[in-house]
Design a protein around this ligand. Structure first.
Ligand SMILES: C[S@@+](CC[C@H](N)C(=O)[O-])C[C@H]1O[C@@H](n2cnc3c(N)ncnc32)[C@H](O)[C@@H]1O
Length: 235
C-alpha cells in the first residue's frame, strides 16, 4: 500500500509437507492463474485477466484453504475473483478446489496482499472479503492487523461506489477495532440495522474453514459489512 515501503510479513508461509498432487498443482496450475503486478508500476488490466464475460471483480484477502473463494467462484461464474494468500499450503488447497471445480474465474496472488493492491486501479473492485483475518491479540502486535486506517484508505480507493467490504471474526477485540476504524472512516458506512445483521453470515456468504472451527469450539462469529460510499458524497 502506497507510502508503506515493503511491508514486513509476520505470518507463516509453509505448513506440512505437501502431497505430490498438490506440489504438481503448484508447479503446473499456479503459473497459469498467478497474478503478477506489472513491472515498473501501473495497473493490471482487469478485463484481460479473466475469460469474458466478467461483470465485475471481487477480492479476497487471506483466503486460507480457499473454500470460500471457490464457493463464490461457483456461485458467480460471471464474477472474476482475485485471491491473495502467502501460505503455500493454502494456495495448494485452493488450486485443488479450482481443478476439481474447473473454475476459470479465479486468479491468485500467492503473497502478501499489500504487495498487490497498488497494482489495482481505482474503483476496480466490486466486493472485498477479509474473513477471519489474523487478530494478533497481543497489544504490542495490534499494528500487524490487516485493518488499519491506511489499509481502509487503500480499500476505499479500490472499491467501486456502493461496493461492500465484508469482514468476519470471532475475536471481539479485532471486531471492535475494525468497527471503530471503519465507522470513523469518511468513505465507509456500516450496513447493520439490527443485531441479527452482524450475528449471522450474509445470506449469500459461505462458511470458511476457520469459521467452522470457531463455531465448533463454541465461539461467536461476527460478520460486518460496510458500504463504500459514493465518491463526492463522503465528508
Ligand atoms: C486465520 S486465517 C483465516 C483463513 C480463511 N479466511 C478462513 O477463514 O478460513 C488468516 C489468513 O490470512 C492470511 N493473511 C494474513 N495477512 C495477509 C496478507 N497481508 N495478505 C494476504 N493474506 C494474509 C494468512 O496467511 C492466513 O491464511
Amino acid at each position: 500500500m502506497t507510502g508503506e515501503g515493503t511491508p514486513r510479513w509476520y505470518g507463516r508461509r509453509h505448513g506440512r509437507k505437501l502431497r505430490d498432487g498438490r506440489q504438481a498443482l503448484l508447479q503446473d496450475l499456479l503459473p497459469r492463474v498467478r497474478l503478477v503486478p506489472p513491472r515498473g508500476g501501473g495497473f493490471l488490466d482487469m478485463k484481460a485477466l479473466f475469460p469474458p464475460p466478467i461483470a465485475e471483480v471481487w477480492l479476497e484477502i487471506g483466503f486460507g484453504g480457499g473454500e470460500h473463494l471457490a464457493a463464490q467462484a461457483r456461485a458467480h461464474p460471471d464474477v472474476g475473483l482475485i485471491g491473495c494468500e502467502p501460505y503455500v499450503n493454502g494456495v495448494a488447497s485452493l488450486l485443488a478446489h479450482m481443478e476439481r471445480g474447473g473454475f476459470t474465474n479465479i486468479r491468485v496472488f500467492d503473497d502478501d496482499a499489500r504487495l498487490l493492491l497498488d497494482s489495482l486501479a481505482d474503483a476496480s473492485i466490486g466486493r472485498a472479503f477479509l474473513l477471519f483475518s489474523d487478530p494478533w491479540p497481543k497489544k504490542r502486535h495490534h499494528k500487524r492487523r490487516f485493518i488499519s486506517r491506511q489499509s481502509l484508505d487503500t480499500l476505499a480507493r479500490l472499491l467501486k461506489d456502493g461496493a461492500e467490504l465484508r469482514f468476519a471474526s470471532d475475536h471481539m477485540g479485532y471486531v471492535r477495532w475494525t468497527l471503530e476504524l471503519a465507522t470513523r472512516h469518511p468513505c465507509f458506512r456500516w450496513l447493520a440495522g439490527a443485531k441479527r445483521d452482524w450475528l449471522q453470515r450474509p445470506a449469500d456468504g459461505f462458511e470458511t474453514r476457520y469459521e467452522a472451527k470457531a463455531t465448533a469450539a463454541g465461539a461467536v462469529c461476527v460478520h460486518l459489512a460496510f458500504e463504500r460510499l459514493k465518491r463526492g458524497a463522503a465528508a
